[in-house]
Design a protein around this ligand. Sequence first.
Ligand code: ASP
Length: 608
Amino acid sequence: MYRTHTCGALRIENCGEQVTLAGWIQTIRKFGSITFVDLRDRYGITQLLFGETLNKQLEETPLGREFVLQVNGTVTERSNKNKNIPTGDIEITLTSFTILNKSETPPFTIQDDTDGGDDLRMKYRYLDLRRNAIKKNIELRYAVNRSARNYLHENGFIDIETPYLIKSTPEGARDFIVPSRMNEGEFYALPQSPQTFKQLLMVSGYDKYFQIVKCFRDEDLRADRQPEFTQIDCEMSFVEQEDILTMFENLVKRIFKDVKSIDYTAPIERMTWEEAMWQYGIDKPDTRFGMQLCNLKFPQHSFPTKENISAIIKSDFAVFNDAETVIAIAVPNASDYTRKQTDELTEWVKRPQIGMKGLVFIKCNTDGTYKSSIDKFFTPVQLKNIATTCHANSGDLILILAGAEEKTRKAIAELRLEMGKKLGLRKDNEFKLLWIIDFPLFEYAEEENRWVARHHPFTSPKPSDIETMINNSPIIENAADYLKHPYANIKANAYDLVLNGNEIGGGSIRIYQKELQQKMFEALGMNQVEQQHKFGFLLGAFEYGAPPHGGIAFGFDRLCAILGGSESIRDFIAFPKNNSGRDVMIDAPSTVDEKQLNELQLMLNTKQ
Ligand code: ASP
């Protein structure tokens, strides 16, 4: 038997017991004629005491960090107790030891605060995974997985696997493709998600499906994206939006309970996409704090019915006058920001990622006066009016951005999050869920002058918008006026679940009638031939009794990262890829040999 106990098991009550442990050497501390070793395994760390006799043996068989050691000995009470670890009251007074395997000196320390940089840790990920900090993330991931499985199983869902080698079908991102040896000149694609398969399972009558499944998207990797990632993918038949929202907010609440012991009893707020965009500038707002946006000047094309309040900012200030939009936030209790601090914020909004030309601020001083960076252009009464419009209180700092609508809204949304962070309003241990509903069905793709599906082509329009979709041609006559096209106002039966400013899940009620699905494909610019070529199987299935259905998919990696209080999904994936999509440990992707290429009938067009 290799071990009687793990390195995390023994306590003061075990004193006097003869035990055998096995694990890795974390540290070695020599004190004259005795040596202490910390032995580590998945379960914890136990201190070993090498007395005089064994200590002598160490001269012939020296130990090293990360050696795999098996030891026999007696559990003894420690004189110098360590309150920081559960086994800290005891140590093992050894009677014998065996080195099961030696180790090279590891390239970085296997400790919570390691000295290894990201690249090194990725190259030696199998060592990084030994670190407690990563191990607890991997364990948390398993806990989330188990909790989700239990909940879904208890609610009648069954786990059905769907294929990874599928057909290349446009679903938004770029496909990874895989050449087929047996079918010369033909390719499979890896699924961006099991979307069409789960819908086909509904046609087959499996009315509650789930899968914790890998998805593959060949996208340029923005920060913290992975080319392969995991979804908790679900679909149900005979449901309306309300059924889905209830079923899956309870799933997330259950995960909170099981994994974090949090009773999330508060009702989950629902916000329309339009409200989110106007109040927060983003479709996944972090509502743990307020600081809502205030529009001081509306773009001409939006909300014609809304009163345009630009009158209050009438002045000679060209920055506001020339801008399409002027948007403000009132930052609570920040009117005492120094010149240096406001300068830093200005630099922050000018960074290329944000891309604004400058930042205007108004300090609402506690003595009732106003001090702003635009004092030259605005009277104190005007400043006061702006402050009132922004619902700013005395002591607040108003920050204002002006420019093109989309860019400015995005930028102020980022600035709001940044200020939330600075003010400590985005706490890791506070969780706020939010449904965003009523998304637009379409988005306008400027480069192609056509509509694209905002979610995916299988999402249904709101029943009240079906007529508009059927009775109007998708053609956009004048690109500049695309917002006037009836399609711009069609709403989708789609919903996203947002947690602390992150989209953790998204889904929709699907189209299940062949004609409407064809109309949708047509709206996206696909002719009959293309429709048959790409989605003939789905249109065919819809001829054989497709039930009304809908579903959702959760970003499993992201959900784990948020629950673990981290911003990086990589720390929650055992073997992640780096920012260039490489696995630097196994060195993939890599070239293949000539023979493999020949078998696949492939020739590389490598540039000389
Ligand atoms: N397949 C969708 C996605 O990956 C989710 C869904 O609509 O259920 O975003």
